[in-house]
Design a protein around this ligand. Structure first.
Ligand code: NI
Length: 274
């Protein structure tokens, strides 16, 4: 579990890092597995395949249930936990992709800000390759966003804060492969393009306590990863039996289509872009 002072700092600042999850060798193996999958598919995971890939690949399903991660999440959110989503944030070498300053909660349609992202580094994350930056203690209230749909923005709508960020007060989230950061769903955060010669790969996993509900009008689903679900607000999701087996692919398609409908609601778009 996280130490009590780390939990207290998380509540005050909205984040915690680093959390040591995987060894360097395990992180290298995770990257190799991802890249073998990309090679088999003929390119980087695109569109809906970047979303909830733990419903497609058993090794990612195991990763979202990693005991070190769940112990840390439980320290803040309690013992009954769902994995609501996960997605890869991959920045190719010297590519223009970036993440504008934003709060995660804005379009997720969830009933509570008791939501944590665990961002697990498969490669180093640093200034040169566009690590995340956090604006400490900005997680106490939702603020306005505008949608830009900027082609280089890695967020679904290219959404960005309508309030200014004081860059001098931000914290760069430097991580080694296998380390993770934790952040609150309302924390202001963003990241710059990758100016390095290697890829920057992060896997963002979103956790909620079982009492949270989807309130955007859609049926939603999640994976129980610890404890019991006494509420049943989310349809349970089945674990993949093998990499991209037929049942897993069918479930993943249905689940991500519904998720896209929530995230893009009101925009006229209905599918994750490539
Ligand atoms: Ni975010």
């Amino acid at each position: 579990m996280l130490a009590a002072d780390a939990v207290e700092r998380y509540r005050q600042t909205g984040y915690h890092f680093p959390l040591d999850v995987l060894s360097a060798a395990e992180a290298a193996a995770a990257r190799a597995r991802l890249e073998a999958q990309e090679a088999a598919l003929g390119g980087a995971l695109a569109g809906a395949l970047r979303q909830k890939p733990h419903l497609l690949f058993p090794w990612l399903h195991e990763l979202v249930r990693h005991p070190v991660i769940l112990d840390a999440v439980e320290s803040v959110l309690g013992p009954d936990l769902l994995c609501w989503s996960s997605s890869f944030f991959i920045k190719e070498p010297q590519a223009p992709g970036y993440v504008s300053w934003h709060q995660d909660a804005t379009y997720w349609g969830l009933s509570s800000p008791d939501i944590m992202t665990v961002w697990l580094a498969f490669t180093p994350a640093n200034e040169v390759n566009g690590c995340m930056k956090f604006a400490p203690a900005t997680h106490h209230a939702p603020v306005g966003h505008r949608d830009t749909f900027d082609a280089d923005n890695l967020l679904t709508r290219g959404q960005e804060l309508t309030v200014a960020v004081d860059e001098s007060q931000t914290v760069s989230v430097h991580l080694q492969p296998g380390q993770a950061s934790l952040h609150h769903v309302l924390l202001h955060h963003g990241s710059a393009p990758n100016r390095s010669a290697d890829r920057r790969i992060g896997y963002a996993i979103r956790y909620i306590p079982t009492y949270v509900r989807q309130v955007a009008g859609a049926t939603d689903s999640a994976t129980l990863v610890r404890g019991t679900d006494r509420f049943g607000h989310f349809e349970p999701e089945a674990a993949p039996l093998a990499g991209m087996d037929a049942a897993a692919v069918a479930q993943h398609r249905a689940v991500t289509e519904r998720q896209a409908a929530v995230l893009y609601r009101g925009t006229g778009r209905a599918a994750f872009r490539a």
